[in-house]
Design a protein around this ligand. Sequence first.
Ligand code: DC
Length: 222
Amino acid sequence: MSKEKLIIAIDGPAGSGKTTIAKKVAKALGYLHIDSGSMYRALTRKVIKEKIDLDNKAELLKVVKATRIDLKQVDGKFIVLLDGENVSDKLRTPEINKNINTIAAVPEIRRYLLEIQRKLGKDGGIVMEGRDIGTAIFPHADSKFYIDASIEERTRRRFKELSDSGKKVDLSKLEKSIRIRDEKDKTRDTNPLRIAEDAIVIDTTGLSINEVTQKILKEIEK
Ligand code: DC
């Protein structure tokens, strides 16, 4: 693979700043940015809308396999199309957050998304972020990063993000929901969130988005 066509994997827990940072890194490199969490979010939205019983695995898989998810970059903005509908602004709801770990824990669903995600990266030139990118999706990625921050800092960031977009949130409830999601992401049987052995760990507590982005770009250049 030529030097310009690298695969960059960025993993980390909720609220670590992955999406903002991955976007900036991809922009600086002229690469495609893929937020793999948005795929899980889109599937969860569909399952909720269709009122599928989350315990009915056969029904769940039937719906998932009949779902089309497209990720596109339009005017520099990342959009998610769920069966052709732009749902980008409808994926960060408390209801989706509450149900997403159940969907993300189903091995068949993970395998299904793994294939789509690997295809997106087959020619390189991609920055993909999520929970299992460096460990399961691209174990041979050219550079791997694990981005973390204290729970307090991550809660503050999410709180600001939600407040800025006009949503009312209770700080302690938010912290609790992040803790629960972390725990579920780290303890599921299939491809849990963990640090890849060859990942560079960056604690972003107290660092600005630009500082983290520069750190990552410097590592990639090495
Ligand atoms: O990155 P995010 O917060 O939008 O991700 C939402 C959820 O999706 C996360 O809690 C677990 C799931 N997810 C996953 O299991 N694997 C990924 N690669 C990305 C997200």
